[in-house]
Design a protein around this ligand. Structure first.
Ligand SMILES: CC(C)(COP(=O)(O)OP(=O)(O)OC[C@H]1O[C@@H](n2cnc3c(N)ncnc32)[C@H](O)[C@@H]1OP(=O)(O)O)[C@@H](O)C(=O)NCCC(=O)NCCS
Length: 198
């Protein structure tokens, strides 16, 4: 089989084996790119950058149940309110925060759920599908294990199949669907619950 690629204004014809090499090179590059990313726990001065990611993801309207972005002030309050077992973990490239993942206890009104945590993951659009979500998850899961969590739970909009696939790739298993659980811009969406035992 032959593959025709358009590079600038030129057309290049590749044989099957050459095309496979190109894909392998692309995949390797993608993973190497993710290796230049550093993950760390967010501090209060990160609130503005995290709020900017909320703004970008909320503006897309299709990924999260949060329809109004949290302001820098709300993020500052949130970071301050987190216990030693909770946190936001940020991914940075060249000292710029481009993604974050939150880890919270499932509920706060009783200690019966202290072994269960919930996470959320948000990347700026241009950094998606480069292995950064997975890298953040490795960081967060390590932290969760070290802090006594035995399982993580996530709830994802049913229409957000990309995020469900992401969580499945981490080992999360779908456990059920709540129907018409979200209503955004007048449109209902279901929510899928997923869990991962650590
Ligand atoms: C969903 C999201 C967190 C995933 O992070 P990411 O860095 O893009 O994902 P990764 O590159 O680490 O992907 C790891 C694996 O997850 C799966 N995956 C990730 N995104 C996917 C998508 N859109 N479609 C299908 N599979 C996907 C793939 O198996 C992928 O491995 P591969 O690239 O080698 O095939 C990110 O794309 C994002 O921020 N999306 C918008 C916000 C959002 O939906 N957040 C979740 C709300 S609960």
């Amino acid at each position: 089989m032959l593959f025709i690629l358009k590079n600038m204004s030129q057309y290049i014809i590749l044989e099957n084996s050459e095309f496979k090499l190109l894909i392998e090179y692309y995949d390797k590059n993608k993973k190497e790119h993710a290796m230049n990313i550093t993950c760390r726990r967010a501090v209060i001065t990160d609130a503005e950058s995290i709020s900017r990611i909320w703004e970008a993801v909320c503006a897309e309207r299709v990924y999260t149940v949060i329809n109004n972005p949290f302001t820098p002030e709300q993020e500052r309050d949130y970071i301050t309110s987190l216990s030693a077992r909770e946190g936001i973990f940020v991914a940075e490239v060249e000292n710029r925060i481009i993604a974050f993942q939150s880890l919270d206890t499932w509920v706060k009104f009783t200690d019966s759920f202290d072994h269960a945590g919930t996470i959320g993951t948000y990347l700026l659009p241009r950094w998606r599908r480069k292995g950064i979500g997975r890298k953040l998850a490795q960081h967060t899961i390590g932290f969760a294990r070290d802090h006594g969590y035995e399982k993580l739970i996530i709830y994802v909009r049913a229409s957000n199949t990309g995020a469900q696939n992401f969580y499945k790739s981490l080992g999360f298993v779908p456990k059920g669907i709540l129907t018409k659980q979200v209503k955004i811009d007048g449109q209902y969406d279901d929510e899928v619950f997923m869990e991962l035992f650590l």
